[in-house]
Design a protein around this ligand. Structure first.
Ligand SMILES: [Ca+2]
Ligand SMILES: [Ca+2]
Ligand SMILES: [Ca+2]
Length: 245
């Protein structure tokens, strides 16, 4: 009788599992519609840092001016520290101001990002920023092409000759992110320096791929597995107790 009730429950769960879609990887995003969405400056002291209502891509976005000799960044809020998806992407829109020489950035640096987790620091770079909004996208794997390299901290200059993470190391970092940063430092100028330029960066539409989490369908499939085990065990017990003919 018990195994009949279990079989019925399993049949119901199997039907529900078929009707429910599979788990999908997702994204965590910041579009800065109403505020800075928890982003903060990192290795920077810009008192003007913050949310700007208009002029983003579109509308709300954040802006920061480089105020220190070190590499200046903005740092993502804790929602970006959810396990990130291996082979996913980290992307955002960025533009840069240089008020004294708007058409030419002497010594401009490449758009730069950093990930920290499991004791590792990974840095990557794309092309140089421009005066217009451009989308920059970084693939989340350890391949040479993806560009991530290992450094001892976020103050080091990027080099493609720096060591690559192994696949296991990349997956460890993505699974246990402790810091996600985007540089806001693209000329030699800073308010600390005597270089007469403004080094100001604007960011919008940040997006990070996150790992799939078990949805009801996955949980039900686990339940079906348990049911099959229970039925199998019940049948074995019945067979073991049967009197030979
Ligand atoms: Ca926006
Ligand atoms: Ca700086
Ligand atoms: Ca600078």
């Amino acid at each position: 009788m018990r195994s009949l009730r279990v079989s019925h429950a399993c049949a119901v769960m199997f039907s529900v599992a078929i009707a429910t879609s599979c788990a999908q990887a997702g994204f965590v995003t910041s579009t800065f519609d109403t505020d800075a969405d928890g982003w903060m400056v990192f290795q920077n002291t810009d008192a003007q840092f913050g949310w700007i209502a208009n002029g983003g891509n579109p509308d709300g976005h954040i802006g920061a001016t480089d105020n220190t000799a070190d590499w200046a960044y903005v740092m993502a809020p804790s929602k970006f520290l959810a396990p990130a998806e291996y082979n996913g992407t980290f992307s955002f829109d960025l533009r840069h101001d240089n008020l004294q020489q708007p058409d030419f950035f002497p010594g401009i640096f490449n758009v730069r990002v950093g990930l920290q987790g499991s004791g590792f620091t990974l840095i990557n770079e794309a092309g140089p920023p421009t005066l217009s909004w451009v989308n920059y996208s970084f693939t989340l794997n350890e391949t040479s092409l993806a560009g991530w390299r290992k450094f001892s901290n976020l103050s080091q200059n990027y080099s493609p000759l720096a060591p690559q993470a192994t696949q296991a190391e990349m997956q460890l970092v993505l699974a246990s992110l402790t810091r996600v940063v985007i540089a806001t430092d693209y000329t030699l100028a800073s308010t600390d320096s005597n270089v007469p330029q403004i080094d100001r960066t604007y960011i919008d539409n940040v997006r990070l791929s996150t790992q799939a989490v078990p949805e009801p369908s996955s949980i039900i499939l686990l339940g079906i597995g348990t049911c099959i085990s229970v039925i199998g065990a019940a049948r074995r017990r019945r067979n073991d107790g049967a009197t030979p003919a």
